[in-house]
Design a protein around this ligand. Structure first.
Ligand code: HEM
Length: 76
């Protein structure tokens, strides 16, 4: 995955508005980002079992954690 995409600073900036929507407007409990991330991981693993190598697993997990962190930014 592109290093720029994996950089959490860039993700925070990119998803600033989306974080504000989820925290201030929708008031989604940030614990749900982790739950949804795991659901996405399981669905991708099931649908693309052959391509879902340990490396792909780690990369997707890392990306989803970074995305969840970026979305949780505006709760502070
Ligand atoms: C990977 C994490 C997530 C991403 C990337 C994401 C992305 C989005 C996007 C792009 C929108 C549309 C925002 C807009 O109106 O411009 C949205 C809306 C919404 N999200 Fe999320 N979301 C995530 C996690 C969650 C979670 C965990 C929940 C709740 C459990 C949630 C609840 C909602 C709700 C209720 C809306 C409004 C839907 C509507 O009425 O149109 N999101 N989300």
């Amino acid at each position: 995955m592109d290093k720029k995409v994996m950089n959490n600073c860039n993700l925070s900036t990119k998803y600033n508005d989306l974080s504000i929507i989820h925290s201030k407007k929708l008031r989604v409990d940030p614990a749900n980002f982790k739950i949804l991330s795991h659901c996405i991981l399981v669905v991708i693993a099931t649908m693309f079992a052959k391509e879902f190598t340990p490396e792909a697993h780690v990369a997707l997990d890392k990306f989803l954690v970074a995305l969840s962190l970026a979305l949780a930014e505006k709760y502070r």
